[in-house]
Design a protein around this ligand. Structure first.
Ligand code: NAD
Length: 355
């Protein structure tokens, strides 16, 4: 089982090191190879996704990714910015299905800004289409500068587009995921205003006919944003397009109050996947040894489950994380009175010790 390890920038290197430590104690035949990506790759090779990194990613069964980006690259021409590495990997590997679970750990109920009764027991899965929509449309605008900005321009626009096969395949992913859960799918759209999303709604409805055991409902994105903070437990699986999914999955992850706890997976049609924490490179805390590595460790568990077919090991990691939380160990982002504050490395060591 070959894993490409791409730590990236900022806290990426710190948190990925802990996940690698955890993977190494499972006793599995894992071959891990590390490569540069993002700002680190730009510094070394002048490109955020060098050929060698892309080649390694393509040859691997799965990619364990940290995070990329730093404010210091904001002035670069857009194709050279660190974030382009993620878009490049998604595109080149056809990673069209993004899984973002938002789970509230009982020990962390107090970390949410919502009332405990609203989020206690929360377990929702947002499935975001990742390779279509307005993010991959035609960006238009008159470029008068090389830094990606448009001083003096009169307008700029992007085009939103979805094809039938793109919607069908993400809808199948959502219905199949729901079958393993509470058998409910909410498709989120903006069909009242956008043609693209009327089409989305029609196609998801058609695909739904093949899954009579799964309940399907539709919701406009503005209402979905509201319901997520009003009554999040009404959702089970939420499926939506690239842009709405980007926003709603961040909103859902913050319901639990702890962005440092939430993993994600991005899969292609052959279950090859990129696994990364839901958060970014956190330049504000990079190098301080205080970042929470649990989102990355839980991403490694998702990797074992979805791409490497090692469900038992995935469950072992998830149980070990529960156990260190029950022991009262907390990194700074989830610390509260009465718990024990630990560093990034100490948190990783604690998970390793339990395993
Ligand atoms: P961020 O997620 O990096 O940080 C937001 C806040 O959460 C910060 O205060 C940070 O300290 C905190 N935080 C994030 N992860 C944490 C962790 N594991 N433990 C403790 N605290 C944590 O988002 P941002 O500040 O908006 O972006 C910073 C950089 O990351 C930007 O360059 C952005 O483009 C990039 N980014 C990358 C990805 C990615 O690699 N997939 C995703 C989002 C943002």
């Amino acid at each position: 089982m070959k894993i490409a390890v791409l730590p990236g920038d900022g806290i990426g290197t710190e948190i990925v090191a802990e996940a690698v430590k955890v993977l190494n104690v499972l006793g599995l035949p894992l071959e891990m190879e590390t490569a540069l990506v993002g700002g680190a790759a730009y510094e070394a090779y002048g490109h955020p996704l060098p050929e060698a990194t892309l080649k390694l990613a393509k040859e691997s069964d799965a990619i364990l990714f940290g995070a990329v980006g730093d404010w210091k690259y904001d002035k670069l021409d857009r194709p050279l910015r660190p974030e382009q590495a993620i878009l490049g990997l998604r595109k080149n590997l056809g990673l069209f299905a993004n899984f973002r679970p938002a789970i509230c750990y009982e020990q962390l109920v107090g970390a949410s800004s919502l009332k405990p009764e609203l989020i206690s027991g929360l377990d929702i899965l947002i499935i975001r289409e990742l390779t279509g929509d307005i993010y991959f449309g035609q960006p238009r605008g008159r470029r008068t500068a090389t830094d990606g900005h448009f001083p003096g321009a009169e307008e700029a626009f992007d085009t939103m587009r979805y094809s039938r096969p793109e919607i069908e395949r993400i809808a199948h992913v959502a219905f199949q995921a729901a079958r393993k859960r509470s058998k409910r799918v909410t498709s989120v759209d903006k069909a009242n205003v956008l043609e693209t999303f009327q089409f989305w709604k029609d196609v998801v409805t058609e695909v739904g006919l093949q899954y009579p055991d799964v309940e399907l409902d539709h919701m406009y994105v503005d209402n979905a944003a509201m319901q997520l903070v009003k009554a999040p437990k009404r959702f089970d699986v939420v499926v939506t397009g690239n842009m709405f999914g980007d926003i709603l999955s961040d909103e859902a992850s913050m319901l639990t109050g702890s962005i440092g706890m939430l993993p994600s997976a991005s899969l292609n049609a052959s279950n090859q996947g990129l696994y990364e924490p839901s958060h970014g490179s956190a330049p504000d805390i990079a190098g301080k040894g205080i970042a929470n590595p649990l989102a990355t460790i839980l991403s490694a568990a998702m990797m074992l489950r979805f791409s490497l077919n090692q469900e038992a090991s995935a469950l072992r990691i998830e149980a070990a994380v529960q156990k260190v939380l029950a022991q009262g160990l907390r990194t700074a982002d989830i610390y509260s009175d009465g718990t024990t504050r630990v560093s990034t490395r100490e948190m990783g060591d604690a998970v390793v010790k339990v395993l």
